[in-house]
Design a protein around this ligand. Structure first.
Ligand SMILES: [Zn+2]
Length: 330
């Protein structure tokens, strides 16, 4: 709307009756989209062109309610949702409510019914947001770190052609073991500040563990694990002090792997509630559990806030975490 059109619009306002005025106010309020506002604000604060990294960007109107930016350096433009989980996503008026429902762990069917979208859309949105959480990790692990591998049954759910004979329902997998194809190994690690890390391992060996966990761990920390020799390599390379615990032995009050065992059982429970997760989607679900755990621990410090304020705080944190992964996804 140009300036003259806006002036005409403003001059019409005194002619509205009280009911119409109220409707206009409601309508104006609905246009406020906290996520789009936040994304636009982030772009202004970081002031960087996504094409050439130049800081010579300026606002360049809106397209479909999304703030557009123009770069004076390369002459290209981009919208505020670019490189985020919200890129090319329709119905922005429902994003915030959907995220709140996801935080409450509502099922896809409930999310679809409450918002008024189809189950397919609700499913796609869930996987879109989960993918955004896939590469979201906390700061590095430090101090006393507990590490342990856990196993999930291999699943080709949703795959049209199986690369193995179909299983009968309720059949048991073969015994767990290193690199057994019936199981998917996930390395989990956690420090005493509840910074969590998990990663799907292609192979269970020292090189693989060093490759994925090595970059996430502060050198010269203390690593508590069971007696697997697979941790030897990471301990040597990162000069970690290795405390080996055998058969759930509690070395003393300080050195144990109880936290990571409890995290693993939480993971297992979560996957059971999801009624089977395809192995290809496992990293996304791990990211989602990590995100929920992160919220849980963050809320400890703001217990004095009222329920509504807490929710708002959670929403903000959630958006923040989604935004942080924008380099990795979409
Ligand atoms: Zn540029």
């Amino acid at each position: 709307m140009n300036h003259n059109q806006f002036k005409v619009f403003i001059n019409q306002i005194p002619k509205l009756d009280p009911v119409q005025k109220q409707q206009a106010i409601t309508s104006l309020n609905q246009q406020e989209n906290p996520i789009l506002n936040r994304l636009a604000k982030e772009n202004i604060q970081h002031c960087k062109c996504i094409h050439c990294d130049s800081n010579r960007i300026k606002k360049h109107g809106k397209s479909n309610g999304r703030q557009r930016f123009y770069c004076n350096q390369c002459g290209k433009s981009f919208v505020c949702t670019r490189d985020t989980a919200f890129f090319y996503q329709h119905k922005p008026e429902h994003w915030q409510v959907y995220l709140e429902l996801m935080l409450k762990r509502e099922s896809i069917r409930v999310c679809a019914a409450k918002i008024g979208i189809s189950s397919v859309t609700a499913f796609n949105w869930r996987h879109r947001y989960m993918q955004a959480t896939e590469h979201t990790f906390e700061v590095r692990l430090e101090g006393i770190i507990e590490a342990d591998a856990t196993y999930f049954r291999e699943s080709q759910k949703g795959t049209k052609t199986l690369n193995r004979p179909a299983r009968k329902r309720g059949s048991k997998a073969s015994t767990r073991g290193l690199n057994n194809k019936d199981w998917v190994a996930v390395l989990t690690a956690m420090d005493r500040n509840h910074h969590e890390y998990d990663h799907v391992l292609q192979q269970v060996n020292g090189a693989e563990i060093n490759k994925c966990l090595g970059g996430k761990i502060i050198d010269e920390s203390i690593l508590c694990s069971d007696d697997r020799p697979v941790y030897n390599k990471i301990c040597q390379e990162h000069r970690l002090h290795h405390v080996v615990l055998k058969n759930d032995q509690i070395h003393n009050e300080l050195f144990h792997i109880q936290n990571i065992n409890s995290y693993q059982s939480h993971l297992k429970q979560w996957m059971l509630q999801m009624h089977g997760v395809a192995s290809k989607n496992l990293p996304k679900y791990l990211g989602w559990v990590r995100m929920l755990a992160w919220h849980k621990y963050q809320s400890f410090s703001d217990d004095f806030l009222t329920k509504r304020e807490k929710l708002t705080q959670h929403e903000k944190l959630f958006e923040f975490k989604l935004l942080k992964v924008q380099q990795h996804n979409f």
